[in-house]
Design a protein around this ligand. Structure first.
Ligand code: AHR
Length: 496
């Protein structure tokens, strides 16, 4: 099947904020204990941080990591996680029914973040707590010294402020499952007052207000409107969360789910702009898609997990080749909306619904979904081109008309290179990709084609077979301007 893509230099969707390739470490399951932090592991450094995991995180190059939750944060006391480790209390985490020993706290996270080269996105507990604790946390983290809490941080061994710029105003506050769940009115007021208070401390802080937990919430999109009615002028981003699943083994629908992500984003943009118009505001609200991924493989097993232990094996989805194709489509959706989605966090980073998997006491390896994320993070930082794509399509009951090719082009003005991410959704036919760059001056040739392909949609990477699903170099050197991409594959095509 032919797929012709027309692109022109002047027509761009926007410049990608590198924070689109962020991720998320929640105090959940083995994300921390047995994941990023494992004191007795042979690969751990003097702080108990697993160097094998840090190497993979550095390779993924995630510019921002959200912490410490997620649902966890809504019953978290930040004061429990600071100071000498031996005097920190063990608490019950009500969100995940686990024991929380508080051994990997604020300072440990900050050290880890510096070592892997990422910026923190710290989330306030607006479930069981509120304005006072948020204000105090900001003082502890960011004030240089001379106040009670900043001096306490110094006493705890961090003379320099953590300088955390990006903060989340709670997590999924629209969800009845959330400890301290709120109505949109209650949350909108609280978010506004917390935002005002912490911006009195430092107006340059960037704040993310909670949008809906997913597109199916009965309060969506009224929630967004009400929250923004209260907080529009004092927050900088509105969050979106969305997870995708394929229990029915319906690949045509699963591969189309990025159309669901597209329409979720576009609806939220419309609500933001509607509130902007109502308020006669000059400010544009940007979006922070701070939880997205495939999540369903572990749901059944998690029901059998024993409660109240440290680091239970929760949400340990083992991702298939099929999931990697879907993650490739979801990344294209985020990039397509780079004009409004400035920050996104793949949920999550290690062990819990994550691209990186470990065995406690054993090795770490890359899951299938690691690969499309790795390449998007490496080659997706540029200007997204607004293309016209001519290709066949199929009808899907849930998502409507879906093109067989999910394509995304990124131009790098500094080098002139154009990188294309393509998922071929066709189950039997190859796509003959032709790129029409007549809207660019000069001639372009394809010089590299990397593909993720496997004959088994359900192939996985595991401890014994960590390289079962890995990218392949399809060709080297100049290989002409029409290229075939095989059915059901993810591809990176590089032109110069
Ligand atoms: O990422 C796992 C959980 O999914 C998060 O804790 C929560 O915010 C969402 O429901």
């Amino acid at each position: 099947m032919k797929c012709t893509i027309h692109a022109a230099r002047q027509f761009t969707r926007g410049t990608v904020d590198p924070r689109l390739f962020g991720s998320f470490v929640e105090q959940l399951g083995r994300a921390v204990y047995g994941g990023v932090y494992e004191v007795d592991h042979p690969a751990s450094d003097e702080e108990g941080l697993r160097t094998d995991v840090m190497n993979l995180v550095r390779e993924l190059d995630v510019p921002v990591v959200r912490f410490p939750g997620g649902n966890y944060v809504s019953n978290f006391n930040w004061e429990d996680s600071i100071g000498p480790k031996e005097s920190r209390p063990t608490r019950l985490d009500l969100a995940w029914k686990a024991l929380d020993p508080n051994q990997f706290g604020l300072q440990e996270f900050m050290h880890w973040a510096r070592k892997v080269g990422t910026e923190p996105m710290m989330v306030f507990n607006l479930g069981t707590r509120g304005l006072a604790e948020a204000r105090e946390l900001v003082e502890y983290c960011n004030h240089p010294g001379g106040s009670y809490l900043s001096d306490l941080r110094k006493q705890h061994g961090s003379p320099e402020p953590f300088a955390i710029k990006l903060w989340g105003l709670g997590n999924e506050m629209d969800g009845p499952w959330q400890v301290g769940h709120k109505t949109a009115e209650e949350y909108g007021r609280l978010a506004c007052e917390v935002a005002k208070a912490v911006k009195l401390f430092d107006p340059s802080l960037e704040l993310v207000a909670c949008g809906s937990s997913n597109v199916f919430m009965p309060t969506f999109p009224q929630w967004e409107e009400t929250v923004l009615d209260h907080a529009y002028e004092v927050v900088d981003y509105l969050s979106l969360h969305m997870y995708f699943r394929n229990e029915e083994k319906d690949i045509a629908t699963f591969l189309a789910c990025s159309a669901g992500m597209d329409s979720f984003i576009e609806t939220v943009v419309h609500v933001c702009d509607y509130v902007k118009a109502k308020k006669r505001s000059k400010k544009t609200m940007y979006l922070c898609f701070d939880e997205w991924n495939v999540w369903f493989h572990s749901l059944q097993k998690d029901k059998e997990q024993k409660p109240w232990i440290v680091g239970p094996s929760l949400l340990e989805d083992v991702y298939t080749f099929e999931d990697a194709l879907v993650v490739g489509c979801l990344l294209n959706s985020l990039l397509r909306h780079c004009d409004r989605v400035k920050i996104a966090c793949l949920a999550q980073l290690v062990n819990t619904i994550a691209p990186i998997m470990t065995e406690t006491g054993g090795p770490a390896w890359r899951q299938t979904i690691y690969w499309p994320f790795y390449y998007a993070s490496k080659y997706g930082r540029g200007e997204v081109l607004d293309c016209r794509v001519e290709v066949g399509s199929y009808e899907n009951a849930q998502y409507g008309t879906i093109p067989y090719a999910d394509t995304l082009l990124v131009h790098h003005p500094d080098t002139g290179e154009i990188d294309m991410f393509v998922v071929n959704r066709h189950q039997r036919q190859a796509l003959a990709i032709e790129l029409d760059l007549s809207g660019f001056s000069g001639s372009y040739t394809l010089f590299e084609h990397i593909a993720l392909e496997h004959k088994d949609l359900y192939a996985v990477n595991d401890k014994l077979h960590p390289d079962e699903v890995v990218p392949k170099q399809i060709s080297h050197g100049d290989i002409g301007s029409v290229v075939e991409v095989a059915p059901l594959t993810w591809n990176l095509l590089r032109f110069h």
